[in-house]
Design a protein around this ligand. Structure first.
Ligand code: PMP
Length: 422
């Protein structure tokens, strides 16, 4: 492929040259040419006929991104979106420009829903809705849809996200923390028998994977009251393994970890739970309105839904969530084994039986080395390893799209770093 160059010279005289892959090892980075001593006339040159780089170039140039979200996406998905970006499937425009009520987007959203239903074996008793506002908005939408202001709801608080969910729900119903892992610095999941559930609670809420603390439910509690339901924030382990949806009344997840870009939140809601929202519920948060309108009550985040659709297609092509889980187990085990086998150089505080397969937090015994560790890893092409600002340390998020090679490279780096700091 012939390399092309797009150059712009600003009126201020600073020249930015965006070099295409064969010239620039990082095609996303522009090269700043220092301000010229000579007056350069205002000039703008752009070349639009640039073909997609072949997959090998994209792979070579990309970093291993261990961010907790927005997070790494499958390269095949990004390349497919790139190939279709300018003119989606020959329809003459991009997905970003098309009507959300036209036939092309209708196909995109229906296929995304149908592929997600296949992945998780979601029955017709459940609605699948694509929403906006992130999982944080769902924290409010849950009590607004499932409770009246005097109803109670039980929250198991295993980390920052379930804590936030409970605090938000308290504005709209009598939400109560029935168990908190805070005294143990959120390193545990309670035994389900020890949960003191309220017999009148309308729902029991869990966060199936705490993104910051790296604590994951391996099994799920059953609500005490048979009319109650289990509700789960699955933002950071959605579609990382098979889940029996029939155990839940509502599952919700922000897309930007395992299944797409930020901007879309997916909710799977049992249909009989819809239709009795509180009168103050904003129309955008009303599950029934959204389900009745097939997520098209207003303009949805079309491009984000399209990317989620590509990810679902990719997960199905990999053999579905059983196969995806096998890969995730392998990646997580080699990382935890490296931590546990480091003679205490690296420490993961989370109880072994509930360690997250997606977010692996760890500290260095010599905490003064953490900054160096993160900086050196970054120079080696492994980025976003800093722990959440509330807890510090290191966190490697190894979602579905993180290749095994990325985890292997991190483990090799960890061993080398340890050897260099006896
Ligand atoms: N729940 C969990 C488990 C999360 O990890 C996050 C985001 N990191 C949220 C909720 C909040 O999601 P959002 O930023 O999409 O509102």
């Amino acid at each position: 492929m012939a390399a092309t160059t797009a150059a712009t010279v600003t009126a201020a005289g600073t020249q930015h040259v965006l070099l295409r892959p064969s010239f620039n090892p990082n095609p996303l980075r522009s090269v700043i040419i220092p301000r010229s001593p000579f007056k350069i006339p205002s000039l703008s040159i752009s070349c639009t006929a640039v073909r997609s780089p072949p997959a090998s170039i994209a792979t070579k140039d990309r970093l291993f991104n261990f961010a907790a979200g927005p997070a790494t996406l499958p390269e095949s998905v990004i390349l497919k979106a790139q190939a279709d970006l300018f003119n989606y499937q020959g329809c003459g425009m991009s997905v970003m420009e098309m009507s959300h009520r036209g036939k092309d987007f209708d196909f995109i959203i229906k296929k995304a829903e149908s592929d997600l239903r296949s992945l998780l074996s979601i029955s017709s008793d459940y609605a699948v809705i694509f929403l906006q506002g992130g999982a944080t908005t769902l924290f409010a939408a849950l009590p607004l849809n499932l409770c009246s202001p005097d109803d109670s709801a039980d929250y198991v608080v295993t980390g920052s996200w379930s804590d936030k969910a409970c605090k938000e729900a308290q504005k709209f119903c009598k939400a109560k923390t029935i168990w908190s892992g805070k005294p143990d610095k959120y390193t545990k999941i309670p035994s389900f028998d020890s949960l003191e559930q309220n017999s009148n609670a309308k729902y029991l809420h869990i966060c199936s994977n705490e993104t910051i603390h790296g604590v994951e439910f391996k099994d799920y509690p059953t609500p005490l009251n048979e009319n109650s339901i289990l509700v789960a924030d699955m933002s950071s382990n959605f579609c990382s393994k098979p889940v029996d949806v029939s155990k839940f009344g509502v599952i919700y997840a922000g897309a930007q970890k395992n299944v797409g870009p930020s901007g879309v939140t997916i909710a799977i809601v049992r249909k009989d739970l819809m239709g009795s929202s509180q009168p103050i519920t904003p129309v955008m948060l009303d599950f029934k309105t959204q389900a009745d309108n097939a997520s098209l009550y207003n303009t949805p985040p079309c491009f984000a839904i399209y990317i989620c659709g590509l990810v679902f297609e990719d997960l199905l092509q990999q053999g579905g969530l059983v196969e995806v889980e096998k890969k995730n187990v392998k990646k997580a085990s080699i990382l935890y084994d490296a931590i546990d086998g480091s003679d205490g150089f690296y420490v993961c505080p989370v109880e072994k039986s509930v360690r997250s397969m997606m977010n692996v937090p760890f500290t260095l015994k010599k905490s003064e080395l953490e900054k160096k560790f993160i900086e050196e890893a970054s120079l080696e092409g492994m980025v976003q390893l800093k722990g959440h600002r509330s807890v510090g340390g290191v966190r490697a998020s190894i979602y579905n799209a993180m290749p095994l090679a990325g985890v292997e490279k991190l483990v090799a780096f960890m061993m080398d770093f340890q050897a260099r700091h006896p």
